[in-house]
Design a protein around this ligand. Structure first.
Ligand code: NOJ
Length: 873
């Protein structure tokens, strides 16, 4: 067995240096820390052990009792996957047969159960963001969790808050929510609570700084011809930006009791995420995360280094896909026996895993795994990866887990459709239009079928879902073409559609006769392991796909009632359409899932009054974002410097006074709303106190038998070829480990094995950070009135200005989706917590409220701030 328990890329670096740079757009000097290339990530050892605080008390008690009974190799079995495609789920741990504990099943994905059948395909995260609706985020999470549970899944590998959406071209932004950390944090938390309410573990991913797919994995990059890439891309992020932007939603996740966090492929400041002791220390120390950290698939970089830095579970278990050797498994057993990894660390891994299991009540919710990720056939080999076991095993029971979830999908689809333009109230349509023309490939179906392209890796027909591991198989896909035709035909009117964008003459002829031409266009993206039209996951541009720009020009040149519907994974360039008078309406419908057509028809015909708001900025040009993908490696270890600091999306547009086409938070309704009566009440919350004191010493559970003979592969155990086991090949540890590195000086980072009580983090002390960060300091109310003729939903947004030179002009800190009858008013209420008006202070390593004057704004978008007041100090 090839053993590599070496330490990669963790450096004994200094604290982040102070750097002054000229930022991305201008010569405006902004001082930030540490966003320069080739910097070092500071070490943070020992890795914080779980203490069972913050709602985890009962789960820890059960976990400790369970782990106390385990042998070392049983503990190791919990921590390590059995190998790529060896069992049915996308990842499975070893089992503990002695205690009747089956292997844990980890399964994608963030839009529904992946790689199976008779599951629901939900709208993407970006659509949930566009709803700005906490209740819908929870309902979707609960429904997805139930489907995972009923397929036999223990851990759903979602939701996503990394990527956050630093660059609009980012391939996987649609899996997550919004580039605004507050909006993402709220919906991330609700999704987690929803999933876990169904009795499965949620896995918040990807931690952290995973903002582009290019160069995330060396093998993938090389496969695309970037042969000079030697290590994964490093995201160079300063401490302030880390706290105020990228870490923010993960604090919400931890506060919500998320069971697991997946560390990402990229490096952060030159150290891999899955062994970056600093980043994992933020999570487990400062944020007080009590659950487990699982590696992304193939994101595990080193045996001892990962263990000591705070990784708890290696997935899928092998060093590289299909390699059949592992950094952990027997190597983790060796590392504990030879003393490189202390027993408390492996005990901490096991307790964290079991506590996560008990936290969501898995022991009462276990369903047999009744599907296989690797085939939809009913029968197959028990161990797919090696074609071993009986070939006649039932691997798929085709259990229909959908219940009535289609209704939630349809509802979120319409609730997330943003009405961007509606000249002279052309919408809603009446259904009585004499000839309705629906034009565009994006209105129709994929000729290969809705699941025709593996992991949705193509852009054929309408975009109901984007590509990658974040996909799932459609049970059906209602296209816009079908749904709109149903409405029109139901009203006994005429309907024609053309879904070939290149049929120029036919399109022009139809559009010139139509009473209304509804054109559909899209822009797709996905995960880096699939390339579509030379887009390696990340999009190459922000223009429309399928030749849609020319098609839209064609239609709108002959039809003065052209309605444009866009399906896209993120921002697209719509400036020309906004100013085109023949384009009377524009809607952004995102990535809506299986009920796509019904959702858009509901909005077009006024069954649903649109209330969604943009979860990102739509710009006139890609350069306006000031951030972009690094498409060509600039070094063997590609360096992406997050030089813009916190100024991404609207924060950047506002800071640099760049006019967007449609701003963050914008969205129209079929009615109108007025805003009045802003009130701010200061609460009696006390002052902020830094957390002090010490943790208990690292606990251990049970004893480790030092007789190496008892760890040798048992004679009575059948060995499945390629399976990853915790047992040794030899009683000689050096021979068993075959590792030339482990006794080199400096191999074990200083302090990494120290299990003595450690000082508590001043900014920590509770789930998500210092509990006083969540104290409500102000309660804000405003009156929102529906001044139109129909009932509608409005999303008042609360922004704050913190007033400092390096603060965004405004940042979102509250919102609520309100349903209001015509001529009625409702009170909008938002709490401002201490964290909402604090900045991260890199010197004291804590949050502080600066002395600058702070303002509160309430409005209908980030640029329509109708009410404002100064925050009373
Ligand atoms: C890699 C992806 O980055 C991650 O999101 C996914 O959960 C795993 N593969 C497993 O499929």
């Amino acid at each position: 067995m090839a053993i590599m328990v070496h330490l990669v890329s963790e450096s004994d670096g200094p604290q982040f240096p102070n750097t002054t740079y000229s930022d991305a757009y201008s010569d405006d000097p902004v001082t930030v820390q540490g966003s320069n290339s080739f910097q070092l990530s500071p070490p943070h050892y020992p890795s914080p052990w779980g203490t069972g605080q913050g709602g985890w008390e009962a789960a820890y008690e059960k976990a400790r009792a369970f782990v106390s009974q385990l042998t070392l190799e049983e503990k190791v079995n919990l921590t390590t996957g059995t190998g790529w495609e060896m069992e049915r789920c996308v990842g499975q741990t070893g089992s503990i047969p002695r205690l009747g504990f089956r292997s844990l099943c980890l399964q994608d994905s963030p839009v529904g159960v992946r790689d199976t059948d008779f599951n629901t395909v939900f709208p993407a995260g970006v659509n949930v963001a566009a709803t700005w609706d906490r209740g819908l985020a929870y309902a979707r999470g609960q429904a997805m969790g139930a489907e995972h549970r009923d397929k036999g899944v223990d851990m759903q590998l979602g939701p996503v808050a990394g990527p956050l959406g630093r660059t609009p071209e980012g391939g996987r932004n649609w899996e997550g929510f919004s580039p605004d950390p507050y909006l993402t944090g709220e919906l991330f938390a609700q999704s987690i609570e929803g999933i876990q309410s169904s009795g499965v573990m949620a896995c918040a991913k990807h931690f952290i700084g995973y903002e582009q797919d290019h160069f995330r994995l060396v093998a993938e990059a090389q496969g695309y011809g970037f042969t000079n890439v030697t290590e994964s891309v490093t995201s160079n992020i300063d401490d302030k930006t880390m706290h105020e932007l990228y870490l923010w939603p993960f604090a919400n996740a931890v506060r919500s009791g998320v069971a697991a966090v997946m560390c990402s492929y990229n490096q952060i400041n030159g150290s891999y995420a899955c062994q970056n002791s600093k980043a994992l220390g933020l999570l487990k120390g400062e944020l007080g995360f009590q659950g487990l950290v699982v590696s992304d698939w193939d994101g595990h970089q080193g045996g001892v280094s990962g263990a000591l830095a705070g990784l708890d579970m290696s997935m899928p278990g092998d060093i590289h896909f299909d390699m059949k050797t592992s950094y952990w498994g027997s190597n983790l057993t060796v590392a504990v026996l030879n003393g490189t990894v202390p027993q408390w660390r492996v005990d901490d891994m096991a307790v964290r895993i079991m506590a996560a299991y008990y936290l969501v009540g898995r022991e009462n919710n276990t369903v047999d795994i009744n599907f296989s990720s690797w085939t939809l056939d009913t029968y197959g080999y028990e161990y797919f990866g090696t074609s071993q076991g009986s070939p006649n095993t039932v691997v798929n029971s085709h259990v229909d887990v959908r219940a009535d979830h289609a209704a939630i999908v349809r509802q979120i689809g319409s609730a997330s459709t943003v009405l961007l333009k509606n000249t002279n109230n052309v919408l809603p349509l009446t259904g009585e239009e004499k000839l309705t023309a629906v034009i565009g490939e994006d209105a129709g179906s994929n000729p290969l079928g809705p699941n025709g392209c593996t992991d949705r890796g193509c852009d054929n027909g309408t975009l109901g879902m984007a590509w990658g591991s974040g996909s799932a198989n459609f049970p059906y896909l209602v296209t816009p073409n079908t749904a709109i035709q149903n409405v029109v035909v139901g009203n006994n009117q005429a309907y024609e559609s053309i879904t070939d964008n290149y049929a120029f003459d036919e399109i022009a002829a139809l559009a010139s006769r139509a009473s209304v031409a509804i054109v559909f266009a899209n822009s797709d993206s996905g995960e880096g392991y699939i390339e579509v039209d030379q887009n390696f996951g990340d999009r190459n541009n922000l223009t429309l796909w399928q030749g849609a720009d020319a098609m839209i020009k064609n239609v709108s040149s002959v039809c003065n009632n052209t309605i444009l519907v866009v399906h896209s994974t993120g921002p697209v360039l719509l400036g020309d359409y906004k100013s085109n008078p023949n384009i009377t309406a524009i809607l952004w419908a995102g990535v809506p899932g299986q009920e796509s057509g019904n959702s858009i028809a509901d909005v077009l015909y006024g069954v649903v009054n649109p209330g969604a708001k943009l979860p990102f900025t739509l710009a006139a040009a890609r350069e306006d974002y000031g951030t972009d993908i690094l498409y060509t490696p600039n070094a063997g270890i590609p360096q992406v410097d997050f030089k813009e600091g916190v100024f991404i999306d609207y924060r950047g547009f506002d800071h640099h006074d760049i006019e967007p086409v449609y701003e963050f938070g914008f969205g129209l309704s079929y009615t109108n709303f007025s805003y009045s009566n802003l009130q701010i009440a200061k609460t009696q919350a006390g002052n902020y106190t830094a957390t002090t004191g010490y943790t208990p010493a690292a606990p251990t559970y049970g004893t480790v038998d030092n007789d190496t003979a008892s760890y040798v592969f048992p004679a009575n155990q059948t060995r499945v070829r390629g399976f990853i086991y915790p047992w040794l090949n030899s009683t000689n540890l050096t021979a068993s480990a075959d590792d030339p590195h482990y006794d080199l000086p400096g191999f074990v980072p200083e302090g990494a094995q120290d299990g003595s009580p450690q000082p508590l983090n001043p900014a920590g002390g509770g789930p998500g950070g210092n509990p006083e960060l969540f104290d409500v300091l102000y309660q804000v109310t405003a009156t929102i009135t529906n001044t139109g003729k129909v009932a509608g939903e409005e999303i008042p947004q609360l922004y704050v200005s913190l007033g400092g030179p390096y603060d965004p002009p405004v940042q979102l800190r509250g919102f609520e989706r309100l349903s209001i009858q015509p001529n009625s008013s409702t009170t909008f209420t938002a709490d401002i917590m201490r964290r909402d008006i604090s900045n991260w202070d890199t010197v004291s390593q804590n949050w502080v409220i600066s002395n600058y004057t702070k303002m509160v704004y309430v409005g209908s978008s980030s640029r329509n701030l109708l009410l404002n007041a100064t925050l009373p100090l």
